[in-house]
Design a protein around this ligand. Structure first.
Ligand SMILES: *Cc1c(COP(=O)(O)O)cnc(C)c1O
Length: 359
């Protein structure tokens, strides 16, 4: 099956090769070297001097950690789809008050909306934002939103799970306090590892956070980071895989090469979609560079497109929630040669005409 999913995605051959390594102790000199090199490459990739932790969990674990360490009483959650909702739920599940800022599906969180909301709710400690809302294929303009959050002096917790790797993120320049992602999205590594940067202000907040537990305590992580490791067993194969792809990126001249590759693949997919007479679900100007949410044409069920594409050997992603039948999604993450994109688009043309759609 060729994957055009929203994660897990197909992995780079270099990644799979590196992951076949024999295990080492996570307290050994061999691991420490792998750990430090991976952290330093991630810092360059994310544009940050902040601590970057390698969590032995998926991205949702880092999401929970950001809430536990940075919010005592109340947070503001920006919601434009499934993963924004998850951030808010993570807050309430941990006993925090959550003030939602919710927009209709397909609409972005705008700086004006956020500024207005923050002016009305001054008692929040932190704001959560989903950079790229995978469920509806929409990317918020994060730099602008970060500017608003900083002008109100709040901590900014950002879910970059499906954007980190696929588009530029400048953590220090934009002022992101916690910025996390998962291994199994744009980096094209198997699931089980999440990575994230934590600012000095976030570490300071952690010092006085109550009931933050142990597993995700940033202060514990900071202590072990100084010893070049993780508090518990590191997910060594995934870290070796991530190291391998970051190494490929650096050998090809750096992160801009990777962003250009994503942009080129996405352009190819979007052009193909357009040629088939299809339109995009999100508001124009906010389409995601890593997952395309496509409107199913009139009379065609989005889920049927997904099912028929499976018969052709391509795993796309179904639409989300209330727009499940009205849309389908074509991911653009992980290992994806151009020829695979072309053959997927050819199959899509056949599937759509089989379902009665022609232009
Ligand atoms: C996939 C995804 C998540 C969940 O990540 P896990 O690694 O499965 O915990 C969270 N947020 C976004 C935007 C995602 O795309």
């Amino acid at each position: 099956m060729k994957l055009f999913t929203a994660g897990p995605v197909a992995c780079y051959p270099e990644v799979l090769k590196a992951m076949g390594m024999q295990m080492v102790s996570h307290r050994s000199a061999e691991y420490k070297k792998l750990h430090v090199e991976t952290v330093e490459m991630l810092q360059r990739f994310m544009g940050t001097q902040n601590e970057v932790f390698l969590f032995s969990s998926t991205g949702s674990g880092f999401m929970e950690a950001s809430v536990l360490n940075c919010v005592n009483k109340k947070m503001l959650s920006c919601i434009c789809g499934n993963f924004g909702e998850r951030f808010a739920e993570t807050g309430t599940a941990n006993g925090k008050q959550v003030e939602p800022l919710e927009v209709p599906l397909g609409e972005p969180i705008t700086p004006d909306l956020l500024d207005e909301k923050l002016s009305q709710t001054k008692d929040v400690e932190a704001v959560s934002v989903t950079h790229n809302e995978t469920s509806v294929g929409l990317m918020n303009h994060l730099a602008e939103l970060a500017g608003v959050v900083k002008s109100h002096g709040k901590l900014l917790l950002v879910d970059c799970v499906s954007s980190m790797g696929g588009t530029r993120i400048d953590v220090d320049k934009w002022g992101l306090d916690v910025c996390f992602s998962s291994s199994q999205k744009c980096f094209g590594v198997p699931p089980g590892l999440s990575v994230g940067s934590v600012s000095k202000d976030a570490l300071k907040a952690s010092e006085t956070a109550k009931n933050k537990g142990w597993y995700f305590d940033f202060k514990v992580w900071e202590k072990y980071q100084q010893k070049k490791g993780t508090p518990m067993t590191s997910t060594i194969p995934q870290i070796a895989g991530l190291h391998a792809i970051l190494d490929v990126i650096e050998k090809n001249g750096g992160k801009q090469w990777f962003f250009d590759l994503y942009a080129e693949r996405n352009r190819r997919i979007r052009e193909g979609i357009q040629k088939l007479g299809l339109t995009m679900f999100p508001k124009s100007g906010y389409e995601s560079p890593t997952v395309n949410c496509v409107n199913a044409p009139p009379g065609v069920d989005g889920v049927a497109v997904y099912e028929k594409m499976r018969d052709e050997g391509f795993e796309l992603a179904k639409g989300y929630g209330s727009i499940q039948n009205a849309t389908f999604r074509i991911g653009n993450m992980g290992y994806m040669p151009f020829e695979t994109i072309d053959s997927m688009l050819e199959s899509l043309a056949g599937v759509l005409s089989g379902l009665g759609w022609s232009i």
